[in-house]
Design a binder for this molecule. Structure first.
Ligand SMILES: [Fe+2]
Length: 254
């Protein structure tokens, strides 16, 4: 990790815009915690729900919320960009994704639904639309869905299509969840770690702690690969060195 700049590509730090920081004081404390975790680049990704907001209104609110924190970001030496965590929604069939991308990049942070617990088959059509538009979907916190976290075949399927997978820093330091996260990292099925920070008490930024744990468990190359990928998203570079994971043998056929 020595030469890598720490980048957080997923967080809810902007004030009063979603279920993350509720006011500029909490946002300021979260920004400070990001800086203390050695994060130098942050993509702000407030929730976007297509069924109850218009892209124009969302962007206006996001810009206003950012304006309130810009000075603090500058003072802390943080480079910033605006993105969105786009909830998978049937309304997305009719939407222009341009202003929802992560910065001006080709990447779009996509959050799958978790209420039903079952994989929404129509979601793949949305993924195909994004890919056809030249966008790369980054699946947010795959560690939070049994239908991804527990199903490598499904992850391989979307990896081969060109999707990327993010896990939350919390899961990398959780005694219960980290063994599975590390297994997926070894398989090449995790590309980015994000903080998904929402507040200072229950969901703060644990990025550095997570990267230290990963480095200890899987070695510096894995930690560097993950940080490099977050930097690539921030600067709209292609992600290098994607492992082409070998599928597990199914009935001995391949
Ligand atoms: Fe999030």
């Amino acid at each position: 990790m020595k030469n890598n700049i720490m980048t957080d590509i997923h967080c809810h730090i902007l004030p009063g815009i979603d279920d993350g920081a509720q006011n500029p004081d909490i946002s300021g404390a979260l920004l400070l915690s990001e800086q203390q975790q050695e994060v130098r680049q942050i993509l702000f990704t407030p929730h976007f729900y297509a069924h109850d907001m218009k892209v124009e209104d969302y962007c206006r609110n996001r810009a206003a919320a950012f304006e309130r924190m810009k000075e603090t970001c500058d003072r802390l030496g943080l480079e910033t960009a605006l993105g969105a965590e786009v909830r998978m929604d049937e309304e997305l069939f009719d939407i222009d994704f341009t202003d929802l991308r992560m910065g001006d990049s080709r990447y779009l942070l996509l959050e799958w639904p978790f209420l039903s617990g079952t994989f929404p088959l129509w979601g793949e059509e949305i993924v195909d639309i994004l890919l056809r538009q030249g966008l790369t979907p980054v699946f947010a916190h795959i560690d939070r869905y049994d239908y991804f976290f527990g199903d490598e075949e499904r992850l391989y399927h979307f990896l081969e299509k060109g999707c990327l997978f993010q896990v939350n820093a919390d899961s990398c330091i959780s005694r219960r969840r980290s063994p599975r996260v590390f297994e997926l990292m070894k398989e090449g099925l995790v590309h980015i770690v994000g903080s998904d920070a929402h507040n200072t008490d229950k969901r703060p930024c644990h990025l550095k702690s997570a990267m230290e744990g990963i480095e200890k468990k899987l070695g510096p190359n894995t930690a560097e690969f993950l940080m490099e990928n977050a930097d690539a998203v921030f600067h709209d570079r292609e992600i290098d060195g994607l492992k082409k994971p070998r599928r597990k043998k199914l009935f001995g056929i391949f």
